[in-house]
Design a protein around this ligand. Structure first.
Ligand SMILES: C[S@@+](CC[C@H](N)C(=O)[O-])C[C@H]1O[C@@H](n2cnc3c(N)ncnc32)[C@H](O)[C@@H]1O
Length: 257
């Protein structure tokens, strides 16, 4: 097997039992598993509700006790922790040893120190998550990462990822203007159209693109106020059918072709 296993930092956090979670209704399961992080909770809930609407009988988001998830570029394990409550087995892979050394994950998460664009893990997965990765990756790295992810998915497996600065959102437009005025990239942006093209060219079929984060987040200004306003702002925006182009982030579900 390629790469090196990494021991999680500190005592592992308690793993919510997948079997126990599966006996509960979808909403309860997601709520239970996604307590850690407001933004993550929002986006997984969006995914869960979309899938439920499309197919009420289906377990979402493709989790289950017998299923495996890879968290690509897992960093300190933020998303791997969420996936741990929804999948029987999770592998968190990252190129940065210092990031992995800080990760605190439950026992059903294995951490691997590896550059998957250069060497394979030697196993395949039902779902690959990749959060806060594609926006800042150079074009070549984006393509290499998508190729590696595609090769690590089982037939019909899905990539679930996000882009955290939508080029058409108000803050995205400000970033693009600043980039143009300064003649350099101060902050990366990516549009749904450009990312969809890249995914399609990399062997994926985009199934869903879910906008979220309608409340403009001007960096770390007023984090408490912004944090408290996120959920009501999200609800109102959805009720009023505010166009998705204005949301600052988007979540993507893409199936391996
Ligand atoms: C912004 S962090 C995101 C961490 C995590 N996914 C999250 O959402 O909290 C980006 C991560 O990508 C990792 N990374 C960059 N290039 C990589 C590569 N070629 N293979 C695996 N991980 C990579 C970095 O080490 C870093 O931990």
């Amino acid at each position: 097997m390629a790469g090196a296993d990494v021991q999680p930092a500190g005592p592992p956090t308690r793993r919510p039992s997948v079997e126990r979670l599966q006996g509960q209704p979808l909403r309860a399961r997601l709520r239970r598993a996604l307590q850690q992080n407001t933004r993550v909770r929002l986006l997984w809930r969006a995914l869960g509700e979309n899938r439920k609407a499309a197919d009420p009988g289906r377990s979402s988001p493709n989790g289950g006790a017998g299923r495996k998830c890879l968290d690509f570029a897992c960093g300190t394990g933020r998303i791997a922790n969420v996936a741990a409550g929804l999948f029987g087995e999770v592998v968190g892979a990252d190129i940065s040893r210092p990031m992995l050394d800080c990760a605190q994950v439950p026992p059903n998460v294995r951490l691997r120190h590896i550059d998957m664009t250069r060497e394979p893990l030697g196993e395949t997965f039902d779902v690959v998550t990749a959060f806060r990765f594609f926006l800042n990756a150079e074009d070549q790295l984006k393509s290499d990462a998508l190729k590696a992810i595609n090769e690590h998915l089982k037939d019909g497996g899905r990539l679930v990822c996000n882009v955290h600065m939508n080029a058409t959102s108000p803050i995205g437009l400000v970033c693009r203007l600043l980039n143009r005025l300064s003649g350099r990239t101060i902050r990366h942006t990516l549009s749904t159209t450009a990312f969809k093209e890249l995914l399609t060219a990399s062997g994926f079929r985009v199934e869903e693109m879910t906008p979220y984060g309608y409340l403009p987040r001007p960096g770390n200004l007023l984090p408490g106020v912004c944090g408290a306003l996120i959920e009501p702002f999200e609800k109102v925006s959805r009720t009023l059918r505010v166009p998705g182009q204005l949301a600052q982030h988007f979540l993507v579900v893409a199936k391996k072709r």
